[in-house]
Design a protein around this ligand. Structure first.
Ligand SMILES: *[C@@H]1O[C@H](CO)[C@@H](O)[C@H](O)[C@H]1NC(C)=O
Ligand SMILES: *[C@@H]1O[C@H](CO)[C@@H](O)[C@H](O)[C@H]1NC(C)=O
Ligand SMILES: *[C@@H]1O[C@H](CO)[C@@H](O)[C@H](O)[C@H]1NC(C)=O
Ligand SMILES: *[C@@H]1O[C@H](CO)[C@@H](O)[C@H](O)[C@H]1NC(C)=O
Length: 372
């Protein structure tokens, strides 16, 4: 009798903890059970039905939420799971708390509870804090933290996915001197953020340049593989956005190709893409199509394999230079990922397109070629 009561109480407790499945088929609330497969990780910052309805669900394997999980619509959850697409939550942890095992444990349990409550599939850890070269004890704690998170998630459900976002290259990009090899081994895979590569510009002149020169995607990938990270543990994430820079300096006209930009310090380096403004690819397409704006035709740089153009911004009447990625420049970097036989491709972020633009199809196609 006592046992029966206990069993009943436990059942009630479980019923309260895991909310009712909102999908028509209860099995759609189970974590996706697909094993290792080519990955397409789409980062998302907004739950916009007209946009997610038009994702290429044939290739999307993981949707990483960078908006409050409360805003996730159940229709999106059920659709994703019906397509064997995982949904993971983007989450961060302050490195100055890595010494604090109580804080670590609380954080891990909170993430697991959230994932269970919303019938999701894991966590994408995005920590970009400074760990200086002489802080290798802290770096080791970070690797241990990721390993522990992965271990505890897998203990609850072996299908849960735990991934970690890393800079575009190993070493100390943006003073992130992490143990990249350890992080790759401690997680299911790492996602190299092949964008914002101009966050610290060390060249003599402070000028606008491509968000992700193809060479950097190549060198960054090599830097990870040279550490002994298997390509099957590495995803290359590419940008569906660009940077708008105000060109300063005497005599700047639409005809000038070199755009000098103001200093905007980032982590000790005066010249940085912080001087620019990020624009979605769809916004850039709109700008290029706008007849009332004075601008150059789209140019192509054979130095960095990316498109750019100048225009006169109607708000400040100054020449601006925009560097971005289109289907052609994305394709080149996807080819690099293919050449190195990486696990897959990621995009920051998959909502930066407009369903009313024909270019949108080309952008998806540039990624889909990886999976054909
Ligand atoms: C460690 O983390 C716990 C839980 O977040 C917190 O209550 C405590 O104050 C932290 N300790 C230190 C020394 O920061
Ligand atoms: C830009 O170049 C075009 C073609 O060479 C020329 O006609 C025009 O005058 C130049 N504009 C400026 C502002 O230098
Ligand atoms: C960076 O900017 C600061 C403030 O303007 C200046 O004092 C410093 O000399 C600059 N550093 C370099 C390396 O130019
Ligand atoms: C074109 O640019 C002008 C000036 O910024 C703006 O007022 C207008 O709304 C834009 N047109 C379109 C179709 O985006």
């Amino acid at each position: 009798m006592k046992n029966l009561i206990l069993v009943a109480l436990i059942s009630i407790a479980i019923g309260i903890c895991s909310a009712q499945c909102p999908c028509s088929d209860d099995s759609l609330c189970d974590p996706v059970s697909a094993g290792v497969r080519p990955e397409f990780v789409g980062f998302s910052m907004v739950n916009e039905q007209s946009i997610w309805e038009s994702y290429d669900w044939n290739i999307l394997t993981t949707l990483a939420l960078f908006y409050p999980v409360q805003d996730l619509s159940t229709d999106l959850l059920c659709l994703a799971h019906s397509k064997q697409t995982r949904i993971v939550i983007g989450a961060s942890f302050p490195v100055n708390q890595l010494w604090n095992y109580t804080a670590q444990e609380e954080w891990i349990q909170t993430q697991i509870q959230t994932v269970q409550q919303y019938h999701l599939d894991g966590v994408n850890i995005d920590i970009e804090d400074v760990i200086a070269e002489d802080q290798q004890d802290l770096s080791a704690l970070l690797t241990g933290f990721v390993a522990k998170t992965n271990y505890e998630f897998k203990n609850v459900n072996p299908n849960y996915q735990v991934t970690f976002d890393v800079a575009w290259a190993a070493g100390c990009i943006d003073l992130r001197c992490y143990d990249y090899q350890g992080l790759a081994m401690a997680s299911d895979f790492i996602i190299a953020m092949d964008y914002d590569t101009q966050s610290q510009i060390f060249t003599q002149h402070c000028t606008a340049n491509a968000n992700t020169p193809a060479q950097r995607a190549w060198q960054g990938t090599e830097s990870f593989l040279n550490l002994g990270i298997p390509p099957s543990k590495l995803v290359m994430a590419l940008p569906w956005y660009g940077y708008d820079y105000t060109c300063i300096g005497e005599g700047m006209t639409l005809n000038n190709t070199v755009c000098t930009i103001k200093w905007d310090e980032y982590r000790g380096v005066n010249c940085s893409d912080a001087a620019g403004t990020q624009l979605w690819y769809s916004q850039i397409v709109d700008l290029m199509a706008n007849q009332s704006i004075q601008k150059t035709p789209q140019q192509w740089s054979n130095q960095v394999y990316a498109p750019w153009f100048n225009y006169i911004n109607p708000n400040d009447q100054q020449v601006h230079q925009i560097w971005f990625d289109d289907a052609q420049s994305i394709s080149i970097k996807v080819d690099i990922a293919q050449y190195f036989e990486l696990l897959g491709i990621g995009i920051w972020n998959i909502d930066f397109l407009s369903t009313s633009q024909s270019e949108t199809q080309d952008m998806w196609q540039a990624v889909a070629q990886y999976f054909s």
